[in-house]
Design a protein around this ligand. Structure first.
Ligand code: SF4
Length: 336
C-alpha cells in the first residue's frame, strides 16, 4: 500500500513517520563503512555490470601486501568497518584468496563484511571463523524469468543457488546478512514485495542473525546497459520510507552511487548506514584518480571529512565503530 499510487498524497506524512522511526531505533547516528574491491576478475555475464566477462578492461586482483596497503589507507581515513568485494569465484580470486583477505582485514578492523559469490555452509563457517561478521548478497531481481535473461552466462545464472545463500550464511554463524535488489532491472514494486518476503522469512527462521537492506540503483557502467525499469529519486525515497515503516529496526544502507544532495536529504530519513569516500575500482584508494573504470560510476565523490561535516551540520553523528572485535573473538571461542 505504501508503494501504491494511492499513497502518493500522503508522502509527507510517510516521510515524517520514517524519520521518527529512524530516530527511535538508531538515534541521531549514521554508521559508516567503506567498500574495498579486491578483484575485478569475473566469469559471469551480468548484462548490467562493468566487470562482466565480456567487458574489455584491465583485470587484476590485489595481492596480499596490496590488500594490507588499502586496508591501512581506509583505517587512516577513520573506518572501522570494511566490505570486501570480488566478482564470481575464479582461479585468480577464489575462496582461499577471499579467506586470506578476510583474515588480513579482521586483524585491523572491528567489523569485516564480504560481498562476493554464493558459497556453501562450510565455506561461510570458515569465513565466520576468520572474522567475517557480514555477508552481502543481493538477489538483483526476484523475477526468475528476467533474472535468467539478465544473467547471460556463468554460475550466477542459478537463481535458486543465489536465493538460498543468505540462509546458508546465517546457518553458518554469519551475524548479519545484507539483502537487496538492483533497481532498474525489473518491476520495482514486485521486487520490493519479494524482498520484504525474503527478509521477513529469514528473520523468522534465523532470528539470532540480523539483516540489512539496500536498494542500489543502476549507474552508468562499462557496457552501457540501459535500465529497462528506470527508478527516479522520488521512487527510491518512497521505497526507503516504506521499508523503514514496515521493518523499523532494520539498518537501511545508501551508497555513494547516489548524488550528494539526495544522500544528504536521506541521511536519518530512513537511512541509517552509508558509505563515504568510496572507490569502486581495484586498488582505487591508492590512486589519486582511478586508473580504470570501477564496477559503476560513483555519484558522491566527497571525501570522508567533508561527508562527516555535512552529517554533523544536520545534527547527525557519524559512527565509525559500532561493534567491537572482542565480541567477535568471544563468539569464535564459544563456537569453537
Ligand atoms: S555483478 Fe558481480 S558477478 Fe555479475 S559480472 Fe559484475 S562482478 Fe561479476
Amino acid at each position: 500500500m505504501l508503494l501504491s499510487p494511492a499513497a502518493l498524497p500522503f508522502m509527507e506524512a510517510v516521510a515524517q513517520r520514517a524519520r521518527a522511526l529512524t530516530l527511535r531505533h538508531f538515534g541521531r547516528t549514521i554508521s559508516l563503512y567503506a567498500p574495498l574491491y579486491l578483484s575485478n576478475y569475473c566469469t559471469n555475464g551480468c548484462a548490467y555490470c562493468g566487470f562482466a566477462s565480456d567487458r574489455v578492461q584491465p583485470r587484476r586482483r590485489l595481492e596480499p601486501p596490496e590488500v594490507e596497503e588499502e586496508l591501512a589507507m581506509l583505517k587512516g581515513m577513520g573506518f572501522e568497518e570494511v566490505l570486501l568485494l570480488t566478482g564470481e569465484r575464479t582461479t585468480q580470486a577464489g575462496f582461499d584468496y577471499l579467506l586470506e583477505c578476510v583474515s588480513l582485514a579482521a586483524r585491523r578492523f572491528h567489523c569485516v563484511g564480504v560481498e562476493a559469490f554464493p558459497m556453501d555452509t562450510g565455506e561461510y563457517a570458515l569465513l565466520a571463523d576468520a572474522g567475517c561478521s557480514g555477508v552481502t548478497l543481493y538477489q538483483e531481481t526476484y523475477d526468475p524469468r528476467r533474472y535468467g535473461r539478465l544473467h547471460r552466462w556463468g554460475p550466477k545464472k542459478d537463481y535458486l543457488a543465489r536465493l538460498d545463500a543468505p540462509a546458508r550464511a546465517m546457518d553458518a554463524g554469519i551475524r548479519t546478512v545484507g539483502l537487496g535488489v538492483l533497481l532498474g532491472l525489473s518491476d520495482p514494486t514486485f521486487d520490493a514485495v519479494c524482498l520484504l518476503r525474503h527478509a521477513a522469512h529469514l528473520r523468522r527462521i534465523h532470528w539470532k542473525s540480523g539483516i540489512t537492506l539496500s536498494f542500489p540503483r543502476l549507474r552508468p557502467q562499462a557496457g552501457n546497459f540501459v535500465p529497462p525499469f528506470p527508478v527516479d529519486e522520488a521512487w527510491l525515497a518512497r521505497l526507503v520510507f516504506a521499508f523503514r515503516i514496515v521493518l523499523p529496526d532494520v539498518p537501511i544502507l545508501l551508497s555513494t552511487r547516489e548524488r550528494p544532495d539526495f544522500r544528504d536529504g536521506m541521511a536519518g530519513l530512513g537511512i541509517s548506514k552509508m558509505s563515504a569516500g568510496s572507490r569502486t575500482s581495484v586498488g582505487g584508494y591508492g590512486e589519486a584518480e582511478p586508473a580504470t573504470d570501477g564496477q559503476f560510476q560513483v555519484g558522491d565523490r566527497r571525501g570522508v571529512p567533508e561527508f562527516c561535516s555535512m552529517l554533523r551540520n544536520r545534527g547527525l553523528d557519524p559512527v565509525f565503530k559500532n561493534w567491537d572485535s572482542v565480541f567477535r573473538d568471544a563468539e569464535g571461542d564459544a563456537h569453537g
